[in-house]
Design a protein around this ligand. Sequence first.
Ligand SMILES: [Cu+2]
Length: 177
Amino acid sequence: MNRNYAAALLISIGALSFPSGGAMAEDSGAMKSMPGMHMDAGAAPPGSATAKLGDLDISGGYVRAMLPGQPVGGGYITIHNGGKIDDKLTSVTSSAAGKVELHEMKIEGEIMKMREVKGGIAIPAGATVTLAPSTMHMMFKQVKAPFKQGSVVPVMLMFDKAGMVDINLPVVSAKGS
Ligand SMILES: [Cu+2]
């Protein structure tokens, strides 16, 4: 595939609207690499997972590979609420972990600490909420096998209004790229 063809293909993909209902293939990394598509900090790595659930556009989903001895795994995702009703990410489950918690990062004194977000993460109407390394994350506990780069971690996201969606998060390097 030559470069011009690749560029034209990307543009044509970008021009398509999302299909309604049903999860999109997790392998739509080409869209993620389009410059300017995501203005938020903590850009997701290429190949990150996407899904569509009602008014919610889910993108930039990935987890980081776990280093030897690391007891927990971290996952990241971006959720855009294109609807008129506020929603909330209430919980996450995964067959790869005994438990998944939603955590936020907070600076206390000069130390960055994480704590569980109780009651879920609000996804207001019209808003884009990003779980990124400096803000929030999914924390995988009681992990069955350490997350290995190149594999996939299946998760189910549960929302207050939109319901639930399965998404396969690719495992990227421990550095997050
Ligand atoms: Cu955490």
